[in-house]
Design a protein around this ligand. Structure first.
Ligand code: ATP
Ligand code: MG
Length: 656
């Protein structure tokens, strides 16, 4: 923990410091990936708290994911600033709604719907619209989009046409379905994810007393990943603010990747227009990635078009030179997955921690092939955004039982004599088949027991952390965790979609499926959609600190017709792609694993750009001069934030 407020600023460069010390008034940070936006706002809050200028409980920091919120809270604790609320829009709204609902509406908040897609299916059946699975998913996305853009069923057709939405059915049918879905939800007294924001907005709009109470609680707002804020989230933010403007937003228009859900970078790009007195700071030093990775990222953006691209900032890497990105071409998808898995196995065997490696893909449906390949190679992995704990049937059932007990607990003789929270949870779960001792043997019975035992542990930890917490508080906590799909973390290789990888970083990144039809995805047709696909690739590339692999397969299945070509976005950037025929980079022989031959022709063809920027400590940012420190990339006296041997091993691997 830094000794003083000023010490909190030590790990920042001058522009980041400007952000951190501009504690009042509107502040907007426009900057590219890896330039330390998240770091700057975290230090800003910590500095304000440590300097006694910000009350921790009066700050609301909004992040894009629950994981990011957790990371920010952890970082704030390390900087000596605990007690700050770091939440997603959704979780902040849910908390407020839960608190104000009994007073503003009466009764308790309806429960969150467990399986939305089923509800949409039921609504479709009710209005006799037959949809296959894909259409059902697309129709659900249309309903979600309507809600975050605050479009009512009657306006859907017009709004969808205006926004160029690809509707799975006649827009009139979608509107009818949307309306039936809303009715069904009310009839079953459940609410969905979007309702949490819509209802919070409605309560804050209609009830001045409630709005005043929220505004009295929160005085300072910080929003990360502001380029992807939806109109509904923006509305909520405005209601939280009232007529004040103590707001600090950070974002990168080139990382707008959620516009299909109604998000828009316009709020970020128009910030100064809406807040004429705003302090606007631009950051260009990239602390995350090597010059080689940054060079590719800049190259991708140089070809970008549109409003976001007009605001791009060339990134300048602060890190020592690293390996060139590696390009791999495979005959088919299983071969591509196997190639990546083999490479990952080698890395892990040479000592690289699995947690420092990620495989990123365009669509979640690609994960299956990679799960299989990694399992075959004996590589532990975790699927981001798809951890299944709260989806398990026994956990869902147990959660409903807990919810019911929390709601009727007062009448309920079962819980009347049970005094503490963990005992209450055990009492409820024993009705679900939980026993003190685990059942004999392994298999499904044991697995079910393990899940329930995990809930009991969770309740114990929760009761320890929050004295006086009730069963209802626990249910709220479980709902939030379920929303975040927080499962116990495994230290494995991360498998993630590009969308769920935003804001994160790994030492080694495998970007797979970088082919036409995948990136851009086939259904991206309009110029805007294509540009969003390019931005997705940019987000993927900029997740890599050191090693970047980009690969594609020429056919989907073994023996299939080779019909795929490498992504158009790599044209002119990947070696050997300067010609119009789009043929793959040269290199190895036989066409298999060409790019992964380990620095052969494909790699050598890229002119090595070594930027003459000073090496800096990756922990505190101080310029390094000592050769030993430069090798470690941190000051001798700075704590290591990762296994320091990693870089050594990566270098060895590169040299092979
Ligand atoms: P993204 O756009 O991907 O969200 P970002 O701009 O939020 O990126 P951060 O995640 O804050 O960037 O920072 C990227 C990496 O660079 C992190 O590992 C962070 O610790 C490091 N970093 C940022 N600023 C500095 C600095 N001044 N000195 C040393 N390291 C830094
Ligand atoms: Mg960030």
């Amino acid at each position: 923990v830094p000794d003083t407020a000023d010490a909190v600023l030590e790990g920042l460069d001058p522009e980041q410091r400007e952000v951190a010390t501009a504690l009042r008034g509107p502040v907007c940070v426009l900057a590219g990936a890896g330039t330390g936006k998240t770091r700057a706002i975290t230090h800003r809050i910590a500095y304000g708290v440590r300097a006694g200028i910000l009350q921790p409980s009066s700050v609301l920091a909004v992040t894009f994911t629950n994981r990011a919120a957790g990371e920010m809270r952890g970082r704030l604790r390390q900087l000596g600033a605990s007690g700050v609320q770091a939440r997603t829009f959704h979780s902040a709204a849910l908390r407020q709604l839960q608190y104000f609902w009994p007073k503003a509406i009466g009764g308790s908040l309806p429960r969150l719907v467990d399986r939305k897609i089923q509800l949409v299916a039921d609504a479709a059946a009710a209005c006799r619209i037959r949809l296959d699975r894909g259409e059902l998913r697309d129709a659900t996305a249309e309903i979600e989009w309507s809600k975050v853009t605050q479009t009512v069923p009657a306006d859907y057709a017009l709004a969808a046409a205006k926004a160029g939405r690809d509707t799975p059915r006649d827009p009139a049918e979608i509107a009818q379905l949307y309306s039936a879905y809303e009715d069904l939800k009310r009839a079953r007294s459940v609410i969905d994810f979007e309702d949490v924001l819509l209802l919070t907005v409605a309560v804050l709009q209609d009830r001045h007393d409630v709005a005043e109470q929220v505004r009295a609680q929160y005085q300072h707002f910080v929003v990360d990943e502001y380029q992807d804020v939806s109109p509904l989230q923006q509305r909520l933010l405005e209601l939280w603010l009232g007529d004040r403007d103590d707001l600090c937003v950070v974002g990168d228009a080139s990382q707008t990747i959620y516009s299909f859900t109604g998000a828009t970078p316009d709020h970020l790009l128009d910030f100064r227009g809406r807040h004429p007195g705003a302090t606007v700071v631009k950051l260009v030093r990239d602390y995350r990635s090597t010059p080689q990775v940054v060079h590719l990222a800049n190259g991708l953006l140089a070809q970008a078009r549109g409003r976001a691209a007009d605001h791009r900032l060339e990134l300048v890497s602060q890190r020592p030179a690293g390996p060139e990105p590696v390009y791999g071409e495979y005959p088919d998808e299983p071969a591509e997955a196997e190639g990546a898995a083999r490479r990952i196995r080698e890395l892990i065997d040479s000592g690289v921690p699995a947690a420092g490696i990620a495989v990123l893909f365009r669509t979640n449906s690609q994960s299956e092939t990679y799960e299989q390949a990694l399992a075959d190679a004996g590589v532990p992995y975790q699927l981001r955004g798809a951890e299944r704990f709260f989806d398990r049937p026994e956990v869902r059932k147990a959660n409903s039982a807990l919810r019911a007990a929390a709601r009727f607990g007062g009448n309920d003789s079962l819980l009347d004599d049970v005094v503490d929270l963990p005992s209450q949870v055990r009492a409820v779960l024993s009705g679900e088949g939980w026993t003190t001792e685990p059942p004999a043997g392994s298999g499904a019975v044991r697995e079910r027991w393990e899940s329930l035992a995990a809930l009991v542990h969770l309740a114990q930890d929760f009761a320890t952390a929050r004295t006086g917490a009730t069963l209802s508080d626990l249910v709220v906590e479980l709902d939030e965790r379920a929303g975040a799909q927080h499962a116990p973390t495994v230290q494995g290789v991360t498998l993630a979609s590009l969308h769920s990888a935003k804001g994160l970083e790994w030492d080694v990144v495998f970007l797979v499926g970088v082919a036409e039809g995948m990136m851009p995805i086939t259904y991206a047709k309009t110029d805007e959609q294509i540009e969003e696909e390019r931005r997705l690739l940019y987000v993927g590339v900029t997740r890599a600190r050191e090693h970047l692999h980009l690969s594609w397969a020429l056919a989907r299945t073994p023996g299939g017709r080779p019909s795929r070509r490498p992504s158009r976005f790599l044209k002119g950037l990947r070696p050997g792609s300067g010609t119009a025929d789009g043929r793959a980079a040269g290199g190895g022989s036989g066409g298999v694993e060409r790019g992964f031959a380990g620095g052969g022709g494909a790699v050598a063809a890229v002119p090595r750009r070594t930027q003459r920027t000073p090496a800096r400590c990756r922990v505190c940012g101080r310029t390094l001069t000592d050769a030993g420190e430069m090798k470690l990339m941190r000051c001798e006296d700075c704590p290591s934030d990762m296994d320091e041997g990693v870089y050594e091993r990566l270098r060895e691997w590169r040299a092979v």
